[in-house]
Each structure stands twice: as C-alpha cells, then as structure tokens.
Design a protein around this ligand. Structure first.
Ligand code: CU
Ligand code: CU
Length: 358
C-alpha cells in the first residue's frame, strides 16, 4: 500500500478504536438485541410511549436511566421554508468535519463525520432553474466530496474531484429537475463516508410552487456502531426515537407534506398510521398519482407523502420493518384540534372519509 493508503488505513484504525472506546464508555456493546434484554431494561428512560399512553414496552432501548435525549439535541422535523434566491443564485457552504460527537440515541454518542456538524446534513432547498453555488470546505483529515443527484455537468458530480484536507471546492450548476434528492460524500470507501454521516436531503421546488402545507423533511438511516454489518440504531433524522420523545405536532385537517429519503443500505418502508397519503415518487410530479399508506424505498430512493389527519390524537409514523421500528425508526404525530384546549381522543363530529393527497 502506498503512503496515503497507509495513512488512510491508520486513520480508519484509529476511528474503529475510538468507536470501541465510545462503546465501552457508554456500556452499549449490544443494543436491545433480544426481547429479554429489552424487558430487563424497561424501567423509565427506555420507554417510548407518549406520556399518557400505556401498555407497551416495545419502543425502548437499553439505555441508562438518565439516558433521555437532551432537548437541544433534537433534529428539527420541519423542512426549511422555500425562499427566493437573490438574482436566482443560491449559495450554501458545507463544512466537513470528522469525529464530531453525535448523539445517535439517548445516552449513546458516536464520532460522526458531518456536513455542518449534523447528521443528517442540513436540508438544502432551491427552485428548479436556480443556479446553486455550493462550497465544500474540508476540515477533515481525509479527502471528501459532495455527490448530488439530479442533472448537472460531469465536474459537478463529486466523483473525480476529491477535495483534499484543508481545501475547498465550489459546485456551481443549474438545479433540475424539481423533486427530492439525496446528496452525499462520494469519497472512497463510499460506504464508510456515507455510513459515518455524510448525507442529506436536497429539495428542489417546482417553479409553480406546491400548495401551502406543513412540511416535514425526514431522512431514514441507520448506524452500525461496531461495524459488524448489522445496524444497532435506525433513525428518523439521525437520532433513534427522537420523535417518540418529542412528538411532531400537527393540526387537525392541516395539509402535511412529508419529504422522505432512505440513506441506508437496506430497504425501508415508511408508514403512517390511521391515514392514507398521496404519493409522489422522487417528488418529480406536481400531484400525487397514487394513494397508499406505506411504500418501499431502497437506498437513495425518496418520495413526497401528502396527507392530513381528520381525527385528533396520537399516531405512530414508522418504518414498517419491525426491526427498524424497534431500534428507533418510529415516532408520534400529535394531532391537535386548534379549536380545543386539550388533545381530544376519538372521532370528532362531522368529518367524512378522505383519501389524502390533495
Ligand atoms: Cu467523505
Ligand atoms: Cu426500515
């Protein structure tokens, strides 16, 4: 192996050792690996039913009693608002850092590789036809890139132009088509760079804006802490169970648009409860052409889900693969009636059925 390969191998070795140390420190050699282990640790902190709900010990992990996720650690579920680009040019700066402490589950911190210190990376947003200038600043010890999905020239594709440590590179292109896209590092080994956290969502709005809605941006991914090929935590937006601890509040009857992306090397099956959604695969159409309540997303596949809740109450949104759900890929929508002072349970009067997705 040449010198730089040796250096990379050494760094990777150091990274694995650091992971091991984190593992030992947090006492998390294995995570809810068996039902027995799960129920043994069922006191308090690991319980993920929303307050006021009881009867389920399923949504938990083997966490220390104080291991509840800190409020400030939550990744916001809302998509950034669409804004006008000044003179049609939209600029972003993404700074890569390695070994940034990232709380992947309450009480469990990993050394993540990050764009702008978050996993997933910040949601980028532009309108079809905008010129984007996205500058990658590499503050890490390894070469990194940004690979965008969508249509653009070869030298904007982030495969050949590896950005060395301490340097930067500006991707400059016209965004098209509209839709929802992944972006991620494409440095080798790609699996390492992606699995360590260098991925995010890019929303490209159509020139004719979509109807107003409460918009959520939800990246599905997983974390294999000990690199045994089996993920230990699955998560919406980078932290297992965060929207169980902090339910996403929706208003009764309010149109919701949920952008969903799978960035893990297993299929995912996003599912919302007690409802149907209008499905726009890849986000590349203006209107849904399918009504369903679950879909399959292989790695890098994404979709827009449009729905509204006709009944107040608490509803699960999850990955339908049980293992993924039980290891963190679930959360709650708290649907509140703005006209009521308390969260109601049961069907309100005067609401008929609907198929969602309008
Ligand atoms: Cu990278
Ligand atoms: Cu899944």
């Amino acid at each position: 192996m040449n010198r730089s390969a040796a250096r990379i191998a050494m760094l990777l070795g150091g990274f694995v050792a650091l992971l091991g140390a984190v593992y030992v420190l947090t006492g998390k050699g294995r995570v809810a690996a068996s039902p027995t282990e799960t129920s043994d640790s069922a006191q308090g902190a690991g319980h993920h039913a929303p307050s006021g709900m009881r009867g389920s010990n399923l949504y938990q992990y083997a966490a220390p009693p104080e291991g509840r996720m800190t409020e400030g650690a939550m990744h916001p579920p809302e998509a950034p608002l669409p804004t006008l680009a000044p003179n049609g040019v939209r600029e972003y700066t993404l700074v890569v850092e390695e070994d940034v402490p990232h709380e992947v589950a309450p009480g469990v911190t990993i050394p993540a590789w990050t764009f702008n210190r978050t996993v997933p990376a910040p949601v980028l947003r532009a309108t079809e036809g905008d010129r984007v200038r996205i500058t990658l600043v590499n503050k890490g010890k390894l070469p990194h890139t940004i690979h965008f999905h969508g249509v653009h020239p070869a030298d904007m594709d982030g495969v050949f132009e590896l950005v060395p440590p301490g340097q930067s590179y500006t991707y400059d292109f016209i965004v098209r088509p509209f839709g929802v896209f992944p972006y991620h590092c494409h440095s080798n080994p790609s699996s390492q760079h992606i699995l360590n956290g260098l991925y995010g969502m890019f929303i490209v709005d159509p020139k004719t804006p979509r109807a107003p809605a409460k918009e959520l941006a939800m990246v599905m991914s997983a974390f294999d802490l000990d690199r045994d090929g089996e993920a230990d935590f699955y998560a919406w937006n980078g932290r297992a169970f965060q929207y169980a601890d902090h339910p996403v509040e929706l208003k009764l009857g309010e149109p919701v648009r949920m952008y969903v992306l799978n960035m893990f090397e297993e299929p995912m099956a996003p599912h919302i409860h007690a409802n149907m959604f209008g499905l726009i695969r890849s986000g590349t159409k203006l209107r849904p052409d399918e009504i369903t309540d679950v879909l399959s997303l292989a790695i890098a596949e994404r979709a827009i889900l449009e729905f509204q809740y006709d009944y107040p109450g608490t509803y699960m949104f999850q990955c339908h693969f049980s293992e993924h759900m039980e290891q963190g890929l679930m959360g709650w929508f708290n649907v509140v009636d703005p006209k009521s002072t308390t969260v109601q349970a049961g069907p309100p009067k005067g609401h008929g059925h609907h198929g969602g997705g309008r």
